[in-house]
Design a binder for this molecule. Structure first.
Ligand code: FAD
Length: 290
């Protein structure tokens, strides 16, 4: 199924996982996938390692396992910065052969010590290339506070409009912690005529180290309430985990009350977190009847 079709009927609730590192067997993630499947997400997306930390084949293999064995709709991420057009054609063929119908088309970030290929300058080039060469539902990334390399949010939204016009039928946001910034972003995208569904990307905070990494990414506002929470619980792992889950639940409840098109949970391959959040918000998610 093409995941863009789901939004007509319901609020979409999905998960993201990442493949194990090269040195770890692929099978190590299978238990995680089985536990996530039990939570009946609308789809699970699988990241693609532009840096080569994970095997390139792992994304296709996991997306295929989800779709064909676990019967969960899957989305394969695909970054283009290190790929030629021929490389992408090979990947498209593999995904087709594995019945994967959805691709999250990304540019990816430059990899240290590795020369980027120049076939795709922006993700919008990849989006239109996929649409021209194969029948996939193409999803794209968006940034409620603007992409870190964009001069400002309005410019980034103009580029996003090009990406949607190139054939993206659904968007997933970068993580964010201030819902008001997401609501402003939603208004701005509507004003420029972006009218595809936008899923809010939510990543629960589990540790002080994680928030430091997020802060270093740039363009992610950390509200005082979140900083206070980390300050207070940061040295107590269990309390920090529970506070992070509570913050994410509060964020999701507010987003659902504001009629968000969908929630995409960055699970970090942690099924405990996914289960706790799923339990807390499931009854609030609009299905066909509610
Ligand atoms: P683009 O849409 O190409 O945007 C990149 C920059 O170029 C932006 O600043 C944009 O404003 C600018 N731009 C776009 N068009 C133009 C134009 N015509 N002229 C000038 N500037 C322009 N990374 C991975 O390596 N693997 C993953 O699996 C992965 N999954 C992700 C999932 C989500 C939901 C998100 C939000 C990000 C993900 N990323 C992943 C990170 C992503 O690859 C990086 O954020 C990357 O820097 C940008 O990718 P993009 O597809 O958004 O690029």
């Amino acid at each position: 199924m093409k995941t863009a079709d789901l939004f007509r009927e319901k609020t979409v609730f999905s998960f993201e996982v990442f493949p194990p590192k090269k040195t770890i067997p692929l099978e190590s993630i299978f238990l995680t996938l089985g536990e996530l499947q039990e939570l009946t997400p609308d789809f699970i997306s699988v990241t693609y390692s532009a840096s080569g930390n994970a095997n390139k084949e792992a994304t296709v293999a996991i997306a295929s396992k989800l779709k064909n064995q676990l019967k969960v709709e899957s989305v394969a991420h695909l970054t283009s910065i290190q790929q030629s057009k021929d490389d992408v054609l090979v990947l498209l063929k593999e995904l087709k052969e594995n019945n994967v119908e959805n691709i999250l088309a990304l540019l990816g970030d430059p990899v240290e010590g590795s020369e980027p290929k120049h076939d795709f300058k922006q993700a919008s080039d990849l989006v239109s290339f996929i649409r021209q060469h194969a029948d996939f539902n193409v999803i794209a990334a968006c940034y409620p506070e603007g992409h870190p390399k964009a001069p400002d949010l309005d410019t980034d939204i103009r580029h996003l409009k090009t990406k949607v016009d190139s054939g993206a039928s659904q968007l997933i946001t970068q993580l964010f912690y201030d819902n008001d910034l997401f609501y402003t972003f939603r208004e701005k995208t509507a004003k420029v005529g972006i009218n595809v569904p936008i899923q809010a990307g939510i990543m629960p905070i589990m540790s002080r180290g994680q928030i430091e990494r997020i802060a270093s990414m740039g363009r992610v506002t950390l509200p005082p309430k979140l900083l206070k929470m980390i300050d207070h619980y940061g040295d107590h792992p269990v309390a920090m985990r529970d506070a992070g889950i509570a913050f994410a639940i509060e964020q999701i409840v507010d987003l659902l009350a504001h009629g968000v098109d969908g929630i995409h949970l960055y699970t970090m391959n942690n099924t405990y977190i996914a289960r706790r959040i799923n339990e807390a918000v499931r009854s609030l998610i609009r299905t066909g009847s509610y």
